[in-house]
Design a protein around this ligand. Structure first.
Ligand SMILES: Nc1ncnc2c1ncn2[C@@H]1O[C@H](COP(=O)(O)OP(=O)(O)O)[C@@H](O)[C@H]1O
Ligand SMILES: [Mg+2]
Ligand SMILES: [Zn+2]
Length: 297
């Protein structure tokens, strides 16, 4: 700030700034500021680090007395690493392929509505979801979110995924949010002659996602021939099966009931999922209905 002002005043000096009395006044002010600053009693501390060798650091007496002064170069590297992790985590959260309203969202955006009994049940579900995210790892439960459209299944799945990233982030983490119909389209796109990808490679890649949400299973199947629908289910089943082998959990949402879903997916995939599954039936009124504003004219 001063620099800009001073360089301007050098080009066009203001007489009062050159007045020795004025300059002396300024110095007095500076002296009084400096003298009123707390003085730090710095002491030298030696560290011997396996990476950076012997180093000496000037630290305040208070820090030295607290003991355990560590190699500051290691500390700077740790700080830089943590900054990098924070920014990579933020990048991942911002880049997820999920409905934009859920990007970066957290459970504070989940409103609780309904009577006391429903509120209690939702509190249990939200508390489960947070704990699940905090301890997410290989071998933990699959989640099946069932219920009518508009009850927040997609939202809940996305909030869980976001929370997993916040709580369990690591640099090799990959997170995929796919609508079931989108998976089918993307697999079919690999069959195109111009594609460098193969369906098997796509399925393997998706199956290896650290977190996988398959949204709206069953939604795109109607209108297909039975045979095409069977093929779609087989491919979905292959992903569920592969994740089972890899001990990676899958989060699924569907508008079907749990029984309809098991029937739809067939025994093999259903049995794999049910080995370790939390089934959350979202049996409450649609959020859009509860909060909507419909006028009849
Ligand atoms: N508990 C809730 N709190 C806030 N918004 C909600 C809640 N449940 C649903 N919504 C909102 O209602 C809309 C429908 O939710 P969505 O997750 O798409 O439902 P579903 O997947 O069950 O059809 C979305 O805009 C979502 O953000
Ligand atoms: Mg949905
Ligand atoms: Zn060091």
């Amino acid at each position: 700030m001063n620099t800009a002002y001073e360089s301007a005043s050098l080009r066009n000096p203001k007489p009062e700034l050159l007045d020795p009395a004025h300059v002396a006044g300024r110095n007095n002010t500076l002296d009084s500021i400096i003298s009123s600053m707390p003085t730090f009693n710095n002491v030298s501390v030696d560290t011997d680090c396996t990476i950076h060798g012997q180093q000496s650091w000037l630290v305040t007496a208070a820090v030295a007395n607290a003991g355990n002064v560590q190699c500051q170069k290691c500390q700077w590297e740790r700080d830089a690493y943590q900054d990098k992790m924070r920014s990579m985590k933020a990048e991942l959260l911002a880049s997820l392929e999920m409905p934009s309203e859920h990007i970066n969202a957290d459970f504070s955006q989940w409103s609780v509505t309904g009577d006391n009994q429903l509120r209690e049940r939702i509190a249990i579900i939200v508390s489960f979801a947070k704990k699940y995210a905090a301890s997410y790892q290989k071998g933990c439960e699959n989640i099946l979110l069932t219920g009518n459209t508009g009850t927040g299944k997609t939202k809940l799945a996305c909030l869980i995924a976001n929370e997993i990233i916040r709580q369990r982030y690591h640099t090799r983490m990959t997170v995929a949010f796919k609508r079931s119909g989108q998976i089918q389209q993307e697999i079919k796109a690999t069959w195109d002659k111009s594609s460098n990808d193969s369906d098997a490679a796509y399925i393997e890649r998706l199956s290896r996602s650290t977190v996988l949400i398959i949204d709206e299973v069953g939604e795109a199947d109607t209108g297909y021939s039975d045979k095409a629908a069977d093929k779609d289910r087989e491919r979905l089943s292959a992903i569920i099966d592969r994740r089972y082998q890899l001990r990676l959990p899958t989060i699924i949402t569907t508008n079907m009931t749990a029984d309809e879903f098991y029937h739809h997916m067939g025994d093999r995939a259903s049995d794999r999922l049910r080995q370790n599954l939390v089934d959350i039936a979202c049996v409450w009124p649609s959020y859009r209905m509860l909060t909507g504003n419909v006028r009849s004219l």
